[in-house]
Design a protein around this ligand. Structure first.
Ligand code: CAO
Length: 434
C-alpha cells in the first residue's frame, strides 16, 4: 500500500517571505528521509530543506525564484507504508548563516522508476516544475551565499570540481580570478556588461592569434586604470626650435657610431624640473584615497614599444643624471626591453611616465595614466609651423604635448600651470640649470 504525503515549508522563525534559490528534485525522483530537496534563503540565512518523507516525488510545486512562507506546499511524495515520514520536519532544517565551506550535499536520486508514471491527482495550482535541475548550477547553500557575496552568478560557472560536478568554494574563487584576469566584471546588477562573443567566421576567413603575456597583462592594467581613474588630458605645444638647434649641434660633435641624443632626453629633464616645482605630480594617492604620498625621488618611466607589446622601464634619480647618462641608460633599457630581458625591478618605482610617439608621427593622443602614478606625458611629432611673434609669422619647431592626469589629485588649473612650466623649460633649456 502507498499513501501520498505533502512536504511543506516548516517553521523557520518569524520570516514572512523566503526565497527559493534551488530545487533539487523533480517528479519521479526517489528521495530518502532528510535528503535535501530544496535550498531556501532569507535575508539572514540560507537553508537546505530536507525531505520529511521517504518515497517517490509525485509533483513539485516550487521553482527557483519563487517566494514561499511557512506552510507553503513544496512537493508531494508517494510513500510506501513501510517508508518513514518525519514527525517534526521543522527540526531538520539546516541553516547556513556564514559563508563557510560545507561538505558536498547528498546527491539527489535522478532515476525515474516506473512508479513515477502512477496517476496521482495534482492540485490545481501552483504549476508544478517539470525539470527543476535543468540548467541549474549544483552548489551548496554556503557556496551560493559565498558566490553571491562576491557578486558571482554560480550559473555562470560551467562545472564544479566536487562530486558530480558540484561547485565548491574554490571553484567560485577560481572563477573570480579568471574573470578578474580577463578584466571583466562578473555578473550582477551594477556590473559592466561584457562584450558579446561573435563568431566572425560567419563573415569570412579568420585566424586566431594568442596575445603575448605582456599584451594580456598590459590590457588588464589599462582596463583597471581606465575604470578606476577619472582622467583628463590637456594638450599644448612647446617651441623647441632652440633646443633642437642645440641638440643638432651636440650630435654633430659626436663621433661616428657614438650614441646620438634625441629630444626625449630634454623632455625627461624638463618634466622632472616641473615635477620639482609641482610636488603633486610626483605623488600617489593612498589606497584609502584619504591622503597623498609625496615622493622625494624622481624616477621616470619611458613607454617602450617592443615586438611583444608595450613595456615601461624606469630611469632612476633622473634629477641627478646628465643628458648623456640618460641617453645611454635609455638606449640600454629599451634594447633590453626589445629583447624581452627587462627584470621586474627595471620597471618598478616610476613617479611619472612619458609615452613618446614622436619617432613615428601624430599630432595628439590621450595616454592613459600608469597608476598608481598620477600623470603621464604624451609626446607626438614636432612640426615646423608659422608662429606669430607679435610682428610677423616666424617658422618655429613646435612639439605637441599631451598631459593626462588623475583628476582626483590634480585639478585643471594645476595641470595647465604644470604644462606651461614644462613648455617653458623646453623652449629655453637654460632654465634646466636653475
Ligand atoms: N618629433 C620629431 N622627431 C622625433 C620625435 C618627435 N617628438 N621623437 C623622436 N623623433 C625622432 C628622433 O629624433 C629620431 O630621429 P633620427 O633617427 O633622425 O635621429 C627618430 O625620431 C627615432 O627616435 P626614437 O623613437 O628611436 O628615439 P626616442 O628617444 O625619441 O624614443 C623610445 C625612444 C624608446 C621612447 C621609442 O623608441 C619608443 O619605443 N617609442 C614608442 C613608445 C610607445 O609605444 N608609446 C605608446 C604608448 S601608449 O600605447
Amino acid at each position: 500500500m502507498t499513501r501520498l504525503c505533502e512536504i511543506k515549508v516548516p517553521d523557520v522563525g518569524n520570516v514572512a517571505e523566503i526565497d527559493v534559490v534551488e530545487v533539487s528534485i523533480q517528479p519521479g525522483d526517489v528521495v530518502a528521509l532528510e535528503q535535501t530537496i530544496a535550498t531556501l534563503e532569507t535575508d539572514k540565512a540560507s537553508m537546505e530543506l530536507p525531505s520529511s518523507a521517504a518515497g517517490t516525488i509525485q509533483q513539485v510545486y516550487i521553482k527557483p525564484g519563487d517566494k514561499v512562507s511557512e506552510g507553503s506546499l513544496i512537493a508531494t511524495v508517494l510513500v510506501a507504508d513501510d517508508e518513514a515520514v518525519a514527525a517534526k520536519p521543522e527540526a531538520a532544517v539546516e541553516q547556513t548563516a556564514a559563508p563557510v565551506e560545507v561538505p558536498a550535499a547528498k546527491p539527489v536520486a535522478v532515476q525515474a522508476p516506473e512508479s513515477a508514471a502512477l496517476p496521482v491527482a495534482a492540485p490545481a495550482q501552483p504549476a508544478p516544475v517539470s525539470t527543476a535541475m535543468s540548467g541549474k548550477a549544483h552548489a551548496s547553500p554556503a557556496v551560493r551565499l559565498f558566490a553571491r557575496e562576491l557578486g558571482v552568478d554560480v550559473g555562470k560557472i560551467n562545472s564544479g570540481s566536487g562530486r558530480k560536478g558540484r561547485i565548491l568554494k574554490d571553484d567560485v574563487k577560481n572563477f573570480v580570478k579568471k574573470v578578474m584576469a580577463e578584466g571583466v566584471v562578473a555578473s550582477g546588477g551594477t556590473s559592466i556588461p561584457g562584450i558579446p562573443a561573435v563568431d566572425f567566421s560567419q563573415f569570412g576567413e579568420t585566424e586566431v592569434q594568442k596575445l603575448s603575456k605582456i599584451k594580456r597583462l598590459t590590457g588588464q592594467n589599462l582596463s583597471r586604470v581606465w575604470l578606476n581613474l577619472p582622467m583628463v588630458t590637456y594638450h599644448d605645444e612647446a617651441d623647441i626650435t632652440d633646443m633642437e638647434a642645440f641638440r643638432n649641434a651636440l650630435n654633430a660633435e659626436k663621433a661616428k657610431g657614438e650614441l646620438k641624443i634625441t629630444g626625449l632626453m630634454f623632455i625627461i629633464k624638463a618634466l622632472v624640473a616641473a615635477m620639482q616645482q609641482f610636488p603633486s605630480f610626483n605623488s600617489s594617492l593612498s589606497s584609502d584615497g584619504e591622503s597623498l604620498i609625496l615622493k622625494k625621488y624622481f624616477n621616470i618611466g619611458i613607454a617602450v614599444d617592443t615586438p611583444n607589446g608595450l613595456v615601461v622601464p624606469v630611469l632612476r634619480n633622473v634629477n641627478n643624471k646628465s643628458i648623456n647618462q640618460l641617453a645611454l641608460e635609455l638606449a640600454e633599457k629599451s634594447e633590453k626591453a626589445r629583447q624581452g630581458k627587462l627584470m621586474p625591478a627595471d620597471m618598478q618605482g616610476g613617479c611619472m611616465t612619458i609615452s613618446s610617439l614622436g619617432g613615428i608621427g601624430g599630432t595628439a593622443f590621450t595616454p592613459i595614466v600608469n597608476a598608481p602614478e598620477v600623470a603621464i606625458l604624451g609626446v607626438t611629432r614636432a612640426k615646423m609651423q608659422p608662429v606669430w611673434n607679435g610682428k610677423e609669422f616666424t617658422p618655429r619647431l613646435m612639439l605637441p604635448l599631451d598631459l593626462t592626469y588623475d583628476h582626483r589629485v590634480i585639478d585643471g588649473a594645476e595641470g595647465a600651470r604644470f604644462m606651461a612650466l614644462v613648455k617653458q623649460n623646453l623652449s629655453d633649456i637654460r632654465r634646466l640649470l636653475l
